[in-house]
Design a protein around this ligand. Structure first.
Ligand code: S3P
Length: 262
């Protein structure tokens, strides 16, 4: 009995040892897969090929269908998704090691671009306006009305200060962020700053149906938008690492352009 018990122990240890080496192999394979993703990202960048479209589909098909066809397809459901998500993060890191901060006038497309980049590159995402609403427990319009613009700008600077240590985040900034140099410096510390621009006509078209922007309430006209854009233009351009015009482009095109040039 003692001898048999001893043999059982040895068999268990053999299985455990094999599991260990399996884990080692899996980790090595995943590392290799991620290295290849980095290589592919760099190669596409060098050749000016799109980063966001073709890639996901082809790799996803192979990985998911192979895992599904395996004897443990049902149990392993979800693993491919996790791997693909990790892969997007690696791709994001290869394209931009810090954060991507989006700046630009109201209606320039910061939120849509931010959501798209978040989904395509599995990045985290924050909107400075949302952080302000959370911190204050009231809407932007209410903060402007009850506390005034100066108070709003102070809270805005505070939330931006807190983002300094972050990495792998798309930061969608309120349109007035660049008017304080302190904000620009805090963003620059960890982010590439992308300016989304548009003609005043495009901006008016995009924002005219909204009442959520106190700066534009009662001033929803081309003249006012043009003047305010003009006043802010130098600050936007000084803050930006790169500028992407958004007129007549869809969100996927804008994101491709950002990633090609970042
Ligand atoms: C502002 C832009 C708004 C918001 C606030 C003030 C501005 O953000 O922060 O209403 O001064 O341009 P969006 O650019 O996201 O609309």
């Amino acid at each position: 009995m003692i001898e048999k018990g001893g043999m059982d122990m040895r068999e268990l240890e053999d299985i455990r040892r094999e599991l260990d080496s399996c884990d080692e192999e899996l980790a090595r394979l995943l590392e290799r897969r991620m290295d290849l993703i980095r290589e592919l990202t760099a190669e596409k960048k060098a050749k000016g090929l799109p980063q966001l479209k073709a890639k996901g589909r082809r790799q996803k098909g192979t990985l998911i269908s192979r895992l599904e066809a395996s004897r443990y397809g049902r149990e392993c459901r979800g693993i491919a998704d996790s791997i693909l998500r990790a892969e997007k993060k690696v791709q994001a890191g290869a394209l931009c090691p810090g954060n991507i901060a989006l700046i630009g006038f109201m209606g320039a497309g910061k939120s849509s671009v931010s959501h798209y980049l978040r989904d395509m590159l599995a990045m985290d995402e924050v909107e400075t306006d949302e952080l302000i609403v959370e911190a204050e427990g009231m809407s932007i319009a209410d903060i402007f009305e009850k506390q005034g613009e100066g108070y709003f700008r102070r809270v805005e600077s505070q939330v931006i200060r807190r983002l300094r240590g972050k990495k792998g985040v798309v930061i969608s900034c309120g349109g007035g962020v660049v008017m304080r140099e302190e904000n620009v410096q805090n963003l620059k510390a960890s982010s590439r700053i992308v300016l989304l621009s548009a003609f005043p006509e495009t901006i008016l078209d995009r924002v005219k149906g909204s009442t959520k922007r106190p700066i534009l309430n009662g001033h929803m006209d081309l003249g006012y938008i043009r003047d305010l854009m003009e006043k802010r233009r130098a600050s936007y351009q000084a803050a930006a690492d790169l500028e992407v015009a958004t007129d007549g482009k869809d969100v996927a095109q804008i994101c491709e352009e950002i990633l090609a040039r970042i």
